[in-house]
Design a protein around this ligand. Structure first.
Ligand SMILES: Nc1nc2c(c(=O)[nH]1)N[C@H]1C(S)=C(S)[C@@H](COP(=O)(O)O)O[C@H]1N2
Ligand SMILES: [Mo]
Length: 359
């Protein structure tokens, strides 16, 4: 094989299209899943070049010119189909800033916390990101098909080899901020993030935000698929035998430092984000070593479905320290001291002891 062939082969067998350099992204080792490095989040929005990727199959390369979206199922009176042009021209365009977080985010830390070994992608803290998503309200696409009075669920389906699909209750599908997005941060949706169109479901686990959508089923019956029976389900104590499918993600906080962190001595600002799924972040507290808990300053307002940024001033002594951060949502729910155990290691949200070396 010539060198030219070798290069071509590497490129065509990559399962994620965009470059995922180690300076920006954490490789989970699956070849499909890359997290954003928490110390490489430059603004309120996560740039598309470093937005985390969670793929159950390689990124498909779909042709927008021939792509169609079918709306069908017993929950509509007449199926309809749309072209890519229809999405851009026929409907009001809506933009929303929303955070996506994978339900498996921090699974590797959950394993450390409990000593358990969980199957699934061994995420650190990087399976979360925020973008401005632009597209068409799902509601505007469904209404022309005539939603029946008995329709109860809406299920977008992906055109990737995983045929990813996950039903939403009708009310969530019709919500003002549930979109079929065609753009991310003002640019055409990148291939890895669902080109030509992806769903954005505010505050819910990332798995509900189906990428590469080709079909949306509207159903008069509750739908049972792998992603609400086997995966993305909480199994274990406190849950029925068939498990509890995950919907909104729980409140959590992220320190924008490597793990462990090395900091210079002297006064500085420690920054981070907090996210509370369908709830707004109300407050963030921090604690250094055994000092008392203190309030951090929120530098962006808490908004449902969007992370909030926080910071505090710190003038650390040289040596080893531990920073703890605890976010609280607008219903008064704070991050717990230990995460609610579940067999697949989802929804880790216990307060983390972040190791920091100063000096
Ligand atoms: N078609 C399809 N949609 C999908 C997935 C997938 O593998 N295939 N992964 C889901 C999961 S588990 C997550 S967390 C988000 C990740 O979105 P991102 O890769 O744009 O960050 O996409 C969701 N949508
Ligand atoms: Mo996910």
């Amino acid at each position: 094989m010539t060198e030219q062939h070798a290069v071509t082969r590497t490129l065509t067998t990559r399962e994620v299209v965009k470059p995922t350099p180690a300076e920006l992204m954490e490789d989970t080792g699956t070849g499909l899943d890359f997290g954003t490095r928490p110390d490489r989040m430059p603004g309120h929005l996560t740039p598309a070049d470093r937005f985390f990727v969670r793929n159950h199959a390689p990124t498909p390369r779909l042709d927008a010119a021939t792509w169609t979206l079918m709306i069908e199922g017993d929950g509509v009176r007449a199926p309809v189909s749309y072209t890519y042009d229809d999405l851009w021209r026929r409907f009001p365009m809506v933009s929303v800033v929303r955070t996506l977080e994978c339900a498996g985010n921090r699974r590797a830390l959950f394993a450390e916390e409990t000593g358990a070994r969980f199957d699934g992608t061994q995420w650190g803290r990087g399976a979360v990101g925020t973008a401005e998503w632009t597209g068409v309200r799902l509601r505007d696409l469904l209404e022309p098909a005539g939603i029946t009075s008995r329709a109860c669920e809406v299920m977008p389906e992906g055109l990737d080899a995983a045929r990813a699909r996950r039903p939403l209750p009708l009310a969530k599908a019709l919500a003002d901020d549930t979109l079929l997005a065609v753009a991310m941060n003002g640019e055409v949706l990148p291939l890895d993030h669902g080109f030509p169109a992806r769903v954005v479901v505010s505050g819910w686990l990332g798995a509900a935000s189906i990428k590469w959508v080709g079909r949306i089923e509207v159903s008069e019956q509750p739908l049972r698929v792998p992603w609400n029976t086997r995966d993305y389900v909480l199994f274990g104590p406190g849950h029925p035998a068939e498990g509890t499918p995950i919907t909104g993600v729980p409140v959590s906080a992220l320190v924008e430092l490597p793990w462990p962190a090395r900091l210079r001595r002297g006064p500085q600002i420690v920054r981070g984000r907090a996210f509370a799924g369908e709830r707004a972040v109300a407050a963030v507290d921090y604690r250094v070593d055994d000092d008392p808990w203190r309030p951090a300053v929120l530098t962006t307002p808490g908004t449902a479905g969007v992370w909030a940024r926080w910071q505090f001033h710190w003038n650390p002594r040289p040596g080893d320290h531990v920073i703890r951060v605890r976010a609280i949502d607008d219903q008064g729910r704070a991050q717990p001291d230990s995460s609610a155990w579940n067999a697949l290691g989802y929804c880790q949200n216990a307060v983390l002891a972040h190791p920091v070396m100063v000096g």
